[in-house]
Design a protein around this ligand. Sequence first.
Ligand code: LMR
Length: 394
Amino acid sequence: MFETLKTQPADKILALMQKFREDPRESKIDLGVGVYKNAQGVTPVMRAIKAAEHKLWEEQTSKSYVGLVGDPAYSDAMIKLILGGAVERGNIAAAATPGGTGAVRQAFELIKMANPSARVFVSDPTWPNHISILNYVGVETVTYRYFDRETRGVNFDGMVEDLKTAVKGDVVLLHGCCHNPTGANLNEVQWKEIIALMNERGLVPMIDIAYQGFGDGLEEDAVGVRLVAAGTPECLIAASCSKNFGIYRERTGLLMMVSNDTAAQKLNQGTLAFLNRQNYSFPPDHGARLVTMILNDDALRADWAAELEETRLGMLGLRQQLADELQRLSGSDRFGFLAQHRGMFSLLGTSPDLVEKMRSDDGIYMVGDSRMNIAGLNADTVPILAKAIIDAGV
Ligand code: LMR
């Protein structure tokens, strides 16, 4: 029977990880997968995570099942972190999921269950796995213009024009902050305009927020998602703890359904539990428990926030250094966008051929669409990258 299976396309980001591992050059630089690395090239276990794990090891007396949507204390803590007080807790249904991708997948399934003819509008470009999962689940995808290849900022007029073609019941997928792969983000005024447009046309927002705290700060990065949650009749929010808690392999995410109709919460909560049961039953608990312990303990939370802030400032410093170095080498300001972008990524905006050239000539690994993981750099490798970019003729 299984001989009927077809070879599936490899995920480009993960395939690049493999290629990098196989490259024997010592000077190679990994700007591929979205994993934070410090100046020594290490993805550290955050201090607060270590401390929480230690405490958990001492205190935990059972590994029995928790609940189909995970521990409610985890949902409460994450809702506070992401939404602050923007929406009444009673209007939010939430379920723990295996990572942010688990939340994204469940959200797409919910869309299909609720409205099989809904189309999901995604930014051009978006995280490739959004499109891959949508195709797999069988939901139609439409792209809206987002990245301006001239300015390397947001093509806001194009975005608005394209979203005006969406019809009632369609879904608009937005990145909460630190847009992946471009690094170009909406400002507060633009968020408000998009919200008005979605409300006017009866569109349902879905926010993917995987990098809170990596852009302008924990509170600042939540501005858009809070405006959407408070300003639209209903929305979906898929959140990840992989990056901001550094617990990638623990698979820790949360899916929220926000509704301004309190009566909908019970139905939504039950549907999230049902979906978890169908797909994997109980979500993983270890990472979620650590996150809950950290967010509910003043000292652990302060230490986590301080380490996250160091991480964020480190990436901002690297952005500035790279922009300055490129300005020096090119004698122009055309790379200034690198210092304006926020989060782990910047889309350089060059061709796959030049990306390939930098890989073969200089051992620099960025994703084929020219997405660079800024956290893959350090003060010593920034000048090497800048030179390679100029030598390649970008
Ligand atoms: C990325 O975009 O590189 C990360 O979100 C990791 C992944 O799963 O693709």
